[in-house]
Write a protein that binds this ligand. Sequence first.
Ligand SMILES: Cc1cc2nc3c(=O)[nH]c(=O)nc-3n(C[C@H](O)[C@H](O)[C@H](O)COP(=O)(O)OP(=O)(O)OC[C@H]3O[C@@H](n4cnc5c(N)ncnc54)[C@H](O)[C@@H]3O)c2cc1C
Length: 498
Amino acid sequence: MQAIPEIRIRTGERPANPRGQFVLYWMSTARRLEWNFALDHAIARAGELELPLVIVEALPLEYRWANARRHRFLLDGMADNLEYARARRAPYYPFVERKPGQCDALLGLLAARAALIVSDEYPIDAPALIDAETAATLKAPTEWADSNGLIPLRAAPKAFSRAYSFRTWIHRVLHEHLLEAPTPHPLEGADRDPIRSLPAALLAEICRQWPAANAQELSREFALETRLPIAQRPAPTDEAGGFSSAHAALGRFLKSGLPHYERDRNHPDAHGASGLSPWLHFGHLSTHDIVHYLLDLEDWDPSRLGTHAPGQKGFWGLGAPAADFVDELITWREIGFNFCHHRADYDQFESLPDWARRTLNEHARDTRHEHYRFDELEQARTGDPIWNAAQAQLLEDGRMHNYLRMLWGKKILEWSASPKDALATMIELNNRYALDGCDPNSYSGIFWVLGRYDRAWGPERQIFGKIRYMSSQNARRKLRMKQYLERYSDQPRQDALL
Ligand SMILES: Cc1cc2nc3c(=O)[nH]c(=O)nc-3n(C[C@H](O)[C@H](O)[C@H](O)COP(=O)(O)OP(=O)(O)OC[C@H]3O[C@@H](n4cnc5c(N)ncnc54)[C@H](O)[C@@H]3O)c2cc1C
């Protein structure tokens, strides 16, 4: 197993424990067994230390915005990983918490016996994430690996405030990182069965106290999420989590969506986007994996890099639709990770650029001619049919069309008592209902509504001040969405609501 780039590794203060019995990969945000730098790193460290490797994917009950919808998607991912690991006799242990505190106790026991814990680096909080504080409490040697995107989090010297400057910077450093991909299939031929490699007494104790979830329990039919003490609403959607559904969606998109991506992406009736964000969010799919398939499809080779000047989408030397898609996947997705990595206040109003805060504050007391309470917004009961349809899609499908997502946010700003109220409402609705919610990109999207990554616009308006304005009338004129409006015109199903 080749070493992963050093810039992707963060090492805790304690060296590996010489009396440790195994290397633990505690999987929390890169929830996949392929294309995963943290898994590569754990395998390499286990090899160096000549110790068995154990991969634990844990699902705690208590995490921010825990609910049956998010839990189901995570359980689907665990079912896929279990099947995949079984077929390769790989040391994967899926643990689903039934009572609060079990994950912490399992981690505590493993940490005391492990030579080393390898964990996922992630810039915001997430279920089962080992942050620096947890590592300090565990007093266990810990190393974190960054599998978040194509560009390592630590490569950027600062938080970028505009997409253009971030894109230009990425293009300048791309050649250093593009070819440093994680191993596509690191467990092929692994034969690291935990039953045989972990000390028998330890394994017996773990199995007795924290039995692994089996394939039946993880299946949709068993509906484990309904038997757990978590919020049952919003209910799961029909969309399955896990890398197999992610790959099916990627395959469909590359075959029939990508050629028309530029033309169709903004039109709700055209279904022109990839729909990959939930799988990306839960770590079921990696950007390296996507880029690998895309570049293959385009018959691309590194000599095409730099076809246009840095900062232009043509820099990659790809066809126009692929260039547009890569720009969303890399520039726009990773600028959100960049911001959260550098700014602890990523979810605070105060993190907005000065001009945006100033103009929003100046207009905070402007008269709101239309105002809706949180429950009216949540239940899609406003006077705007386009907004209601977008909110209904969010409630029912756990998704919202990309273009309408921005309009959705702008109208919440227009209808809320203050910009801070609007911010709180957007965060709550997005993260409660969206399958891709609670992601660094949740915050970049929501704060973009309020001026992050943007500039001042004129004319200055009521409520918005110099923040870019959007209207439903314009959207109706510009976008094809007749079927979309019909599809989402009914009142949302009750089980979709919290
Ligand atoms: C108010 C608001 C809230 C948002 N909340 C989220 C969220 O919770 N989670 C989330 O992942 N994205 C969020 N976004 C960004 C964007 O809407 C989604 O990433 C995109 O719609 C996902 O659909 P897709 O996978 O079909 O995208 P595609 O168009 O197929 O793009 C491919 C990938 O590129 C990335 N991407 C595309 N557009 C953006 C964008 N504008 N910003 C950042 N990354 C992008 C995503 O990872 C996406 O999966 C939000 C945007 C706004 C305006």
